[in-house]
Design a protein around this ligand. Structure first.
Ligand code: EP7
Ligand code: MG
Ligand code: ZN
Length: 344
């Protein structure tokens, strides 16, 4: 049996060498969700290689391959928070490093880049398709473990990531010195915890000030704020792709939200409006989310990196489609995601 698993997994890393069908893999407009599912592990390996991390940090390819497969296995098949989401988030980290030359222009060090890519890959491991307030409201096991510190799900994703690193043959950081090792774990912790949207709101103000005052490359606080900003950009990167991707993402997210709402109703608690398929208007919620969160975030990014301006333009286009969709939805208003079909 082990032979079968090993050969199958080795096979999954040979696919993308001869996959010439993928064009523009390193461009902002490329949708990582268009990569064939069975080629995704191989493309993760390719990203580590192209960013120079395998050589710089002396990572054994077999160890990296095994690590990637364990991370992939760590994701559940939730409608949105699954392995494909993790792959797309990691791909955007790769796009930022390649297109904004983050390491070459020493906005971040190579070690911070390595931790950034690994954090994105691991940031939602073992997500159950329910959010932090569900954990605390329903008193789940994860809430009993982490609710006193907040960011319940994010602490679980971090704990799961540490477990994988401590699994035989999966420690991709084994060749690092002890100080590099403790730094990379610290970065992993900060990066994964910063994907909690509610903590993003707290940092958004500081990020705004940092950008308008002028980013200082050797200011450790600026570095931390920048990495936190990058993590949220990657987590929301579906919004920077064309309408088809944005629409499909919304379908998956509200599929997950409405299932949580159904669960909360069956447990006798009233769900938030955005989780309630009877009350939520997806176009309205999306216009709000883009206006209040996505646009300010990517405008900050574009203020610091003008090469990111096309991302802002795409987000504005998508927001306008949602605005036009609003009246369409009212006309055909059915409940839940079914009415998404009317959007082309
Ligand atoms: C960065 O961490 C996360 C975690 C979970 C999710 Cl689902 C997302 C996420 N990724 N794409 C989306 C889109 C297109 N719409 C969303 C609408 C609402 C919310 C939400 O959680 N609102 C409550 C909060 C403001 C207190 C999240 C949404 N979202 C990001
Ligand atoms: Mg998350
Ligand atoms: Zn995520």
């Amino acid at each position: 049996y082990h032979m079968k698993v090993e050969t199958e997994s080795v096979q999954s890393f040979l696919n993308c060498r001869d996959d010439h069908s993928i064009k523009d893999f390193d461009k902002f407009h490329f949708s990582p969700r268009s990569v064939p599912y069975k080629h995704m592990p191989c493309y993760v390996l390719k990203m580590f290689g192209e960013l120079g991390f395998i050589n710089t940090w002396r990572i054994k390819t077999t160890t990296l391959a095994r690590f990637i497969l364990f991370v992939k296995k760590g994701y559940r098949d939730a409608p949105y928070h699954n392995w494909v989401h993790a792959f797309s988030v990691a791909h955007f980290a790769y796009l930022l490093m390649v297109n904004l030359n983050l390491i070459k222009n020493d906005y971040i060090t190579s070690l911070q880049g390595l931790a950034f890519l690994v954090s994105c890959l691991c940031h939602d491991i073992d997500h159950r398709g329910t959010n932090n307030s569900f954990q605390t409201k329903c008193g789940t096991v994860l809430a009993s473990l982490y609710s006193s510190e907040g960011s319940v799900m994010e602490r679980h994703h971090l704990a799961q990531s540490m477990c994988i690193l401590n699994t035989d043959g999966c420690n991709i950081f084994e060749s690092l010195s002890s100080e590099e090792y403790s730094e990379v774990l610290d970065l992993l912790r900060n990066n994964i915890l910063s994907t909690d949207l509610t903590s993003h709101f707290r940092m958004a103000e500081q990020q705004r000030e940092m950008i308008s005052a002028g980013f200082k490359k050797n200011d450790p606080t600026h570095r931390k704020l920048l990495l936190a900003m990058f993590m949220t950009c990657c987590d929301l990167s579906d919004q920077t792709k064309d309408w088809r991707v944005t629409k499909k993402t919304a379908e998956q997210i509200y599929d997950e939200f409405f299932s949580q709402g159904d669960l909360e109703k069956s447990m006798g608690t009233a769900p938030a409006e955005m989780m309630d398929r009877e009350r939520a208007s997806i176009p309205d919620l999306q216009v709000q989310f883009i206006t209040n969160l996505v646009l300010p975030l990517f405008k900050n990014l574009a203020d610091l990196f003008p090469a990111a301006q096309p991302l802002v333009d795409t987000i504005i286009n998508n927001k306008n489609v949602w605005k036009h969709a609003r009246h369409l939805f009212q006309e055909y208003s059915q409940n839940g995601t079914k009415s998404m079909e009317i959007l082309l």
